[in-house]
Design a protein around this ligand. Structure first.
Ligand SMILES: [Zn+2]
Length: 207
């Protein structure tokens, strides 16, 4: 039997780092030093993570179908979806930009939704399958989340490039709002999931 903090009735307070000994049964306790509520696991982790994740998966559709950029010139107006932008950069010779936009805007969000779905399904079923790898997968989704805002900079850079051309106006389209929302929702889903839930079935098996 492995010794864990929870088995030893120890619970760390995340904001202040104090190791508390809340006694058996656990929830509803507060940190002895800073009065933050203490939880053995993030409250309602599965339902919160699922809610954010399903919302992200649904909004991923309009984010890709609706235009993210609307540009107007003397010759008429033009709107581009993310994929349209990827094709535009590719055919106009900006291959590096095309690949960056494709990975950051299409591959990364889809991979993140798939990875979080895998983590939620396996943990909820009490799976003991490769917990170390699943923990690394979780750390990866949390790490990638920090870089999701790179898309915003890529978008701004693209707009700046397009501005060099004789366009009269350039505006973000409705797809951009959905896209930003998808990024935020996947971050919230990742944040709601408690990675200790990966190890609970493993600890129960080994106990
Ligand atoms: Zn505290």
């Amino acid at each position: 039997m492995k010794s864990t903090a929870a088995r030893s009735n120890l619970l760390v307070c995340r904001p202040c780092g104090l190791l508390n000994r809340p006694g058996p049964g656990g929830d509803g306790w507060r940190c002895a030093r800073c009065d933050t509520p203490l939880n053995w696991r993030k409250p309602a982790s599965f339902s919160r993570a699922w809610a954010f994740l399903i919302a992200a998966a649904i909004l991923y559709i309009p984010a890709n179908i609706l235009p993210v950029i609307e540009s107007g010139s003397l010759f008429g107006s033009k709107s581009d979806t993310i994929l349209g932008g990827v094709v535009y950069f590719w055919t106009s010779g900006s291959w590096a930009l095309s690949i960056i936009v494709f990975i950051a805007s299409i591959v990364v969000p889809a991979t993140k939704v798939a990875a979080l779905t895998l983590l939620l399904v396996t943990s909820q079923r009490g799976s003991t399958w490769r917990p170390g790898d699943r923990t690394r997968l979780y750390r990866f989704t949390a790490y990638v989340g920090r870089w999701s805002m790179v898309d915003i900079y890529v978008g701004a850079a693209s707009v700046a490039l397009v501005q060099l051309r004789p366009f009269a106006s350039i505006d973000p389209g409705p797809g951009a709002i959905f896209f930003g929302t998808v990024v935020i929702l996947t971050m919230l889903a990742s944040e709601s999931f408690d990675p200790r839930l990966i190890w609970d079935p493993v600890d129960a098996r080994d106990a």
